[in-house]
Structure formats: structure tokens, C-alpha cells
Design a protein around this ligand. Structure first.
Ligand code: ZN
Length: 476
């Protein structure tokens, strides 16, 4: 102990003398303090700054103050942009006003497109953080919504990743609430990780809990292409790799979708209705109205005295209200096929219900007919879809015979597919989008009519089979 004191004091004294000789005093601030405690020489302040030859718009400041009470240390960046300074420097000011003694700057990334920093204020046992990313091209703080397409799917994925990263120890509601205002979320990014901070003020010991590191590759399929192209924040994950992954993901989803449709088809065939309603068949036409094909389909139905059911998209109904009126006038049935054909099983309940109600009221405005028939895009049904059907008093109509016209686009194949599978009580799925479908319909109706079949609307068929309720109905 004695030895330490002997060595320590002279060094400390020399050090202080040295500092004093170099100190740049902020005179307006310090004179008062020095006079008040002049005999103690109790306050010393160093201020300085670092500038960067390659980044002239950036300056890093430091301020070091030693008083009897202790030392304080501040470090922060400033920019040539007034707007950025307003946000960053005002945060620093607030910390000073709170009496924070230690404010440090961690420089995460400085390149010609972005600056990423994290300001960390420590005050006793409390830490406050301010991570931020500056887009140099746009000269502004970047929000997560400028990197990623923020949709339900993204939020869902983010939620799952956060829960996984925190091993389920984070309160679900808290996470949900944070992700609800995603534009305010604090974050940083590197080649492999998106780091999100779920709180900005916490106990020192909690920092690790609220700093959550998420694997960036899992989110790349949501990255906005224009963003990836415009800059190199995702440097290391070059644009090409991101695009490849997005493409892979898209192909994987398409393959899944094809597989699901195929299984759906098999399932529908296994569940083919009993055919106990005699020779009645309901033809259904999805995704229209179509400017050319729908009038051809209507002409053909008229020729064979047939009634059909048209499951229409809101987007197309808006485009061709006259065709919608013609469908209704000629005694066919109108059905709703959603507004714009999303996979409803991927949407939240509110969105699903809107797809049930919006197109329905559009159809009613045009024709005065309030349809209760709903065919979900891709035949995709889950709990939300069933609830929305129940709550809007709709019936879900699927099919027992898929003409596969969307796949083959070939009149001969469509004809064969339908003729091999159709029987009394069938609901046949077709699309009034393809001229091959209109061609095939002519042959199908002719053959079936010769065999004694009659062609009715879905509601008529269900009524004959005594089927009511939400369904899903595939035939009778
Ligand atoms: Zn469809």
C-alpha cells in the first residue's frame, strides 16, 4: 500500500498538470465553477473532436469533465445535416440534462451509404440506448419499413424469431405490442444479424434481455429489392445472393402450393359426393369476369339452357360491371371469390372478413343481389376463413371436379378431365379466363346434355341435396 501511494501520487499529479496545460476550457461555462471553488481547482474539462477525411459530413465529439464529484464522459456524433442533428444531438442534450455521467458512442459501421451507431447512456444502474442507422443518400434516420416490406407475414415472422431468440422467456403480449409499432422499433443490422432493441431504457443487467439478435437470412425474403439494389448495407450479402434466396423462397412456396392443390384435388375426389340427386351438375367459373371469355361462356350456357355460377374477384367486378349485370340478368348465380385472390389462410381475421364483405357489397351495388356464396382462392380454408363465413352468413363452396383448365390450358385435356370425373351432384371448377375453357365447355355441355344431364346453379344443387350451412360444400 505504501509503495503504491508513493508511486501513484506523483504520476497522478503530473498527469493532472499535463491535462491542465492541454485543456481547452469552455470559458463561459467553467469560469463560474472555477471561481466558486478556485482554491480547489476542482473542475477540468476537455473537449475535442474527430473528423474524417473520407466522411466530411461526420464529426465525433468528446467531452471529458473531472470534478470533485467524479468524472463524466460524453461522446457523440454530429452531422452536417441540421435535421439529423436535431434528432441525435437533442438526444445527447437530454441525457446531459438528466445528469448522465457516462455517454459513450459505439461506432458500428461507417461506409459511403450508411452510418450505424449506438449511443449508450449510463446513469447509476440505468442504461438508456439509442441505436440508429443513417441513410446517407437520403440524409435521414432509416426505419425498418424502408428495408423490409412490413406486412402481416413479416410481423408474424419477426414475432416468431423474437420468441425463438428469447427462448420463449419474453412476454408474448409485450412482444406483440412492440411489433405493432414497428416503425418505432430500434435496430441495427450487419451481414448476418438484425438486432432489435425492445426497450430503450432499462437496468444495466437487463440490456442483454431486450437486445434481441435475429438471423438476417430468415428475413431476406422480405427485404425490399429497391433497397438492396440502391445500397450496400447488406454488404457481404450482395444483392445477388439476396435475390437468389428470394427466388428460392418463391419457388419453394410455389412448389408447396402445387403440392397442396394436388392433395386438395385428391381429397376432393375421394370425397366425391354420392350423386344421389340425379343428373344435375353445377358448373362454376372463377377469377372473372373476363372481357372476352365470360361473354363466350355466357353464350354457350344459353345455347344449352344451362345455369352456371360465377365466383368473381372484386378487382374484376369493378372493371366489368356490365358483364356482371349480364351474368345476373341471364339467370346465373353470382358468387364472391375475394377482392384480389390472396391466400386467405395467411391473413389475419380482419383482413379475411373484409374479403368476404367488400366484394359481396360491390356485387350488390351493381346487381342488387346479395350473394352468400364464397369460394376461397386456392380452396384454402382455415379457422379464420370458417369464422368469417359464419360471421357473414356465407357458405364456402369448393368443388368435386377440377377441370385443371388453369394448368393445361388445353380444350381437349379440359374436356377429358371433366368427362372422366363428373357425375350427378358434381360441382365443377373452371375459370372464365382462358379461351380453351370456353372451347371445352361447348363440347362438355353438348356431351352431357346428350347423356341427359341438366346444369344448375350451386344453390339449386345444394338445395336438391338438402345441404345448408357454412360448409365447405364440395357437391352433393
Ligand atoms: Zn381463383
Amino acid at each position: 500500500m505504501r509503495y503504491m501511494k508513493w508511486i501513484g501520487w506523483p504520476i497522478f499529479t503530473l498527469f493532472v498538470a499535463f491535462l491542465i496545460s492541454l485543456f481547452i476550457y469552455d470559458k463561459t461555462m467553467d469560469i463560474g465553477t472555477i471561481e466558486a471553488e478556485s482554491n480547489q481547482l476542482s473542475t477540468a474539462m476537455t473537449i475535442g473532436k474527430t473528423e474524417f477525411e473520407d466522411f466530411p459530413d461526420l464529426t465525433i465529439h468528446f467531452e471529458h469533465e473531472i470534478t470533485d464529484e467524479g468524472a463524466s464522459y460524453y461522446e457523440w456524433p454530429s452531422f452536417t445535416s441540421e435535421e439529423l442533428n436535431n434528432k441525435v444531438v437533442s438526444w445527447v442534450k437530454r441525457q446531459k440534462e438528466k445528469g448522465v455521467e457516462n455517454l459513450s458512442l459505439q461506432q458500428k459501421d461507417i461506409n459511403h451509404h450508411f452510418y450505424q451507431f449506438i449511443l449508450l447512456a449510463k446513469n447509476n444502474n440505468i442504461k438508456e440506448i439509442f441505436p440508429f442507422v443513417i441513410d446517407k443518400n437520403e440524409v435521414k434516420l432509416l426505419s425498418l419499413g424502408e428495408l423490409f416490406s412490413i406486412n402481416d407475414e413479416f410481423i408474424h415472422k419477426l414475432h416468431a424469431l423474437v420468441m425463438e431468440a428469447t427462448k420463449g422467456h419474453m412476454d408474448e403480449e409485450f412482444v406483440q405490442e412492440k411489433l405493432a409499432s414497428i416503425e418505432d422499433l430500434l435496430w441495427l443490422i450487419d451481414e448476418e444479424t438484425l438486432t432489435v432493441y425492445l426497450k430503450d431504457e432499462m437496468k444495466s443487467s437487463e440490456l442483454a434481455d431486450y437486445k434481441v439478435e435475429l438471423p438476417l437470412p430468415e428475413l431476406l425474403s422480405f427485404a425490399k429489392v429497391e433497397f438492396i439494389q440502391r445500397n450496400s448495407l447488406l454488404a457481404g450479402i450482395v444483392a445477388e445472393e439476396a435475390a437468389n434466396k428470394a427466388e428460392e423462397e418463391r419457388m419453394r412456396r410455389e412448389a408447396e402450393e402445387r403440392k397442396r392443390l394436388e392433395e386438395e384435388r385428391k381429397h376432393a375426389q375421394q370425397q366425391r359426393p354420392s350423386g344421389n340427386v340425379g343428373k344435375y351438375v353445377a358448373f362454376t367459373f372463377d377469377d372473372g369476369p373476363h372481357e372476352q371469355v365470360t361473354p363466350r361462356v355466357l353464350d354457350t350456357l344459353k345455347k344449352y339452357g344451362a345455369k352456371g355460377t360465377f365466383f368473381m374477384l372484386g378487382t374484376e367486378v369493378n372493371k366489368y360491371p356490365d358483364i356482371v349485370k349480364r351474368i345476373a340478368t341471364e339467370g346465373h348465380e353470382l358468387g364472391n371469390h375475394s377482392h384480389n385472390h390472396p391466400d386467405l389462410t395467411k391473413l389475419d381475421y380482419g383482413s379475411v372478413e373484409r374479403h368476404f364483405s367488400d366484394t359481396r357489397s360491390t356485387i350488390e351495388q351493381i346487381t342488387g343481389i346479395n350473394t352468400s356464396l364464397f369460394r376461397p382462392p386456392y380452396g384454402a380454408v382455415n379457422g379464420n376463413v370458417l369464422s368469417a363465413a359464419g360471421n357473414t352468413g356465407s357458405s364456402i363452396i369448393l368443388w368435386s371436379v377440377d377441370s385443371l383448365d388453369w394448368d393445361s390450358r388445353n380444350a381437349h385435356s379440359i374436356y377429358n378431365e371433366v368427362m372422366q370425373n363428373v357425375k350427378g351432384g358434381s360441382i365443377v371448377l373452371m375459370h372464365d379466363l382462358y379461351s380453351s375453357t370456353a372451347d371445352a365447355l361447348e363440347r362438355i355441355l353438348k356431351t352431357l346434355k346428350d347423356q341427359g344431364f341438366e346444369f344448375v346453379t350451386v344453390s339449386e344443387l345444394l338445395q336438391m341435396g338438402g345441404r345448408t350451412g357454412t360448409g365447405p360444400h364440395r357437391g352433393v
